[in-house]
Design a protein around this ligand. Structure first.
Ligand SMILES: [Zn+2]
Length: 256
């Protein structure tokens, strides 16, 4: 299956890029990615995945666009206030790239629906804004042996980690349990500075494109942290923990 003339023009910069080219672009077109969360992280991630020509993109978010979202959630615009975020996002992404097949999931990810919702996709992007969802995504992806890309932000900071379950560190290998809800680290009401999710969501898109295209090195076993105020990137080595309650050698199958 090769590309149409229009696709060749659209993806010309990828097709000419040494180390990328037609084989990688074809893998993107065959790709099936679910982005959980269509807010601050999901906005740049979705823009770049759709622009890059990822063929099948699922979008999950139960929320409606609110005016306070617009400081950072750049997929949505003022006339979209009150619309479901998945609808607003798909309208904009379809205008960007009509070759992509979009699937809307306007619902919360729960322990009951997580397996069925994630199963059809080959790669998951965690663009959620709370630890409960992040641990649910990590546990479900471990149970389904599905690669995922974690992203999170707080204030002026953010972090990214790519996980290949069973091979590289999952969230519980690094922190076995989520922080308690009264922990300041768990609160997502202060901030963030609007451009911080732009940095982290874009890094998630780069990771996703490399995983789908099977090129380069990824942030597996490496938690990349970014402090925008101090202008500091750090690559923190992580290791799969054989005693991890989710992916460890003796871990009971996770009940998700
Ligand atoms: Zn683990």
């Amino acid at each position: 299956m090769s590309f149409s003339h229009e696709e060749r023009q659209r993806y010309a910069r990828h097709l000419d890029l040494p180390g990328f080219g037609e084989a990688a672009q074809l893998r993107l077109r065959a790709g099936r990615v679910l982005v959980v969360g269509c807010g601050g992280l999901g906005s740049p991630a979705l823009y770049y995945l759709a622009a890059a020509g990822v063929g099948n993109i699922g979008l999950m978010d139960p929320d409606l666009v609110e005016i306070s979202n617009l400081q950072r959630q750049i997929l949505h615009a003022t006339p979209d206030i009150g619309r479901p975020k998945v609808d607003s996002a798909i309208t904009r992404l379809r205008a960007l790239n009509p070759h992509v097949r979009f699937t809307a999931h306007a619902e919360y990810l729960t322990a009951e629906n997580a397996r069925a919702l994630l199963a059809p996709y080959e790669l998951i992007l965690d663009c959620t804004d709370n630890f409960a969802a992040k641990y649910l995504i990590s546990d479900t992806c471990v149970a389904l042996k599905k690669n995922f890309i974690h992203g999170s932000i707080s204030g002026f900071c953010g972090q990214v980690l790519t996980v290949c379950p069973g091979q590289t560190a999952c969230l519980r290998c690094i922190h076995p349990t989520p922080p308690p809800v009264d922990d300041p680290a768990a609160a997502h009401t202060a901030g963030p500075l609007g451009a911080i999710p732009g940095v982290i969501g874009s890094l998630q898109a780069v990771e996703a494109i490399k995983v789908l295209a099977r090129i380069g090195n990824t942030l597996t076993d490496t938690l990349l942290t970014y402090d925008g105020l101090e202008v500091e990137f750090r690559a923190v080595r992580a290791r799969r923990n054989p005693q991890c309650p989710a992916c460890g050698d003796a871990a009971a199958p996770v009940n998700v």
